[in-house]
Design a protein around this ligand. Sequence first.
Ligand SMILES: Cc1cc2nc3c(=O)[nH]c(=O)nc-3n(C[C@H](O)[C@H](O)[C@H](O)COP(=O)(O)OP(=O)(O)OC[C@H]3O[C@@H](n4cnc5c(N)ncnc54)[C@H](O)[C@@H]3O)c2cc1C
Length: 377
Amino acid sequence: MNDEHKLIYKTALDFSRKKLSEFVDIMEKEDKFPTEIWDMLAKQGYLGVGIPEEYGGSGGDYISAALVGQAIARVSGAIALSYGAHLNLCAHNILRNGADEQKKKYLPKLAKGEWVGGMALTEPDAGSDAMGIQTTAHYSNNKWILNGNKTFITNGPTADVLVVYAKTNPKKGSRGITAFIVETDTPGFLVSRKLKKLGMLGSPTGELVFQDAAVSEKNILGEIDNGYIVVMSGLDIERAFFSAMGIGTMEECLELSLKYAKERNQFGQPIANYQLIQAKLADIYTHLELSRTYVYHILKKAQNGERVSKEAAAAILFTAEKAMDAVNQCLQIFGGYGYMKDFPVERFYRDVRLMTIGGGTNEIRRLIIARELLGKR
Ligand SMILES: Cc1cc2nc3c(=O)[nH]c(=O)nc-3n(C[C@H](O)[C@H](O)[C@H](O)COP(=O)(O)OP(=O)(O)OC[C@H]3O[C@@H](n4cnc5c(N)ncnc54)[C@H](O)[C@@H]3O)c2cc1C
């Protein structure tokens, strides 16, 4: 990490602690994403990280974007999740695969927070088997007509623009999928349900319906039938980006655990004096250091255009499991207080559960790694 990256992280952490923390309670209580957050993130330039200035962004690289996500995750997993869907799954995807005209139209609005973005791939019957989607798009009168359902879509209920995957050539299987940029005021698009979740409260997750939603051919992202390439173009970076959220969670857990262990007295002394507590602190630290070093190493390679599928899958696999462990150990150190809503640990405990599911499950991550190890790419 260079000095600029260190400064970005420090500034983002200060900002998250001072400004974003005030929204945490209301998001938990009302399960709503306050729109002011988008304005504040935009003002800081965070919605444009990794997007060149010519498209209204604030420049920087994917490492900088992941560092901002990591810092936000220390305060709120839900804000970090919505931030990642907006910036990484939507804006960065358009930047990588969009035509100049598309970048000029969408990126400035996304970077300024005028529009909220997301990405819709998952369907009720196609999660891990993402290429088995059934949403279709057929061509009629110079438009692509989308029909189908999407589910679990982060920012789906509030998004203005979504990258949507649909089958344009069902006979060609995974090679017959196309990515579309869909504006959500398109007639025929509707949010059928806002979903209620275990954690990440406040980050809206939705079920979406496309009923003869007509999309201009100008809104094809990449090439027809090449949606597979669009998905693959960002997968390594998306996995590393999501891992950064886990790192933020681990960092916060270590800090909270150290503080509490030194302050909490039992049997006449701080619980930090007990070796069973020390072992938990050492484990959280070790897993955090390994995750942080590995994830940013992978991200740097991905940034330089190297193919790091196996490594990125390994990074998120490891980080997700260790982040879950870290929160579990942190809650144990807090004892009964960790179980109460007075402390943030129980919220982290619910939020972190997404790490082994979202963006591909740990089972699938293991399969990807094994497939490459066995030369079955
Ligand atoms: C809060 C949240 C936000 C999300 N945001 C988005 C979003 O913004 N956009 C989007 O497109 N999607 C999003 N998703 C969807 C997410 O990517 C999927 O949930 C994930 O890919 C798993 O799919 P599934 O839930 O259908 O599980 P399934 O695929 O049905 O899997 C069920 C279980 O079976 C296992 N399994 C499946 N296949 C195999 C196999 N071959 N071998 C061994 N085990 C297997 C899985 O690992 C899992 O344990 C989100 C999900 C959540 C929960």
